[in-house]
Design a protein around this ligand. Structure first.
Ligand SMILES: [Zn+2]
Length: 201
């Protein structure tokens, strides 16, 4: 992960690895040009790996065009595509709205128009957690709210946050919060309400 201005034109090892492995999860985050051919590409381009010393890095296609490089006909780096950050925002929103339903990496990828692999890699790179981890966090947070604010059984809560398998829900809950759902409910009932949630029932 890089900060914008300082090294956005540097050929870091991370960028070089992305280029030689044609890593599509970096598409949109930088473009690379080859001085000998005068052509520039997306990281994922399947063209022959360039010599490292001939590579120049650009943050966007306009910079490469200004520097008199031509867009590669194979990977079409000037073509319009959704920036990764906006795409991940859409995926996040989809999860927030649908976490109570059955979600898999495959169904997410289908809904959000990308391959499961690309979605997983891009999401992780931008959010710091995998899509599956994000779904789990969202479900456990919703369950925490319900444990405090409702009298529903553990199984009902598990099912209503999209987890039909109650034992698995309990295991995951304990792993993520350090307490079982029952312990969590008892623990929060013994706290002054303000320490649990700002909005009390
Ligand atoms: Zn290319």
């Amino acid at each position: 992960m890089e900060t914008a201005s300082t090294n956005q034109h540097q050929l870091t090892d991370e960028k070089w690895q992305a280029i030689i492995h044609n890593d599509a999860s970096y598409d949109g985050s930088f473009f690379y040009a080859v001085k000998t051919t005068r052509i520039f590409c997306r990281p994922s381009c399947k063209s022959k790996a360039p010599n490292k010393e001939n590579v120049r890095i650009f943050a966007n296609p306009q910079q490469a065009l200004t520097a008199k490089f031509r867009p590669c006909k194979r990977c079409k780096p000037t073509g319009q595509r959704l920036p990764d950050r906006e795409w991940v925002e859409q995926i996040t929103q989809y999860i927030d709205e649908h976490f109570r339903e059955r979600l898999t990496l495959e169904s997410l990828a289908e809904e959000c128009h990308g391959s499961p692999y690309h979605l997983h890699r891009t999401f992780k790179r931008i959010k710091g957690v995998t899509p599956v981890e994000y779904v789990q966090q969202t479900r456990i947070q919703a369950a925490q709210e319900m444990l405090v604010h409702t009298d529903h059984s553990i199984a009902e809560i598990a099912s209503s946050v999209g987890m039909q398998n109650t034992p698995y829900f309990m295991t995951l809950f304990k792993k993520m919060t350090g307490r079982t759902p029952t312990e969590y409910r008892q623990f929060t009932h013994n706290l002054p309400s303000a320490e649990v949630f700002v909005h009390e029932k």
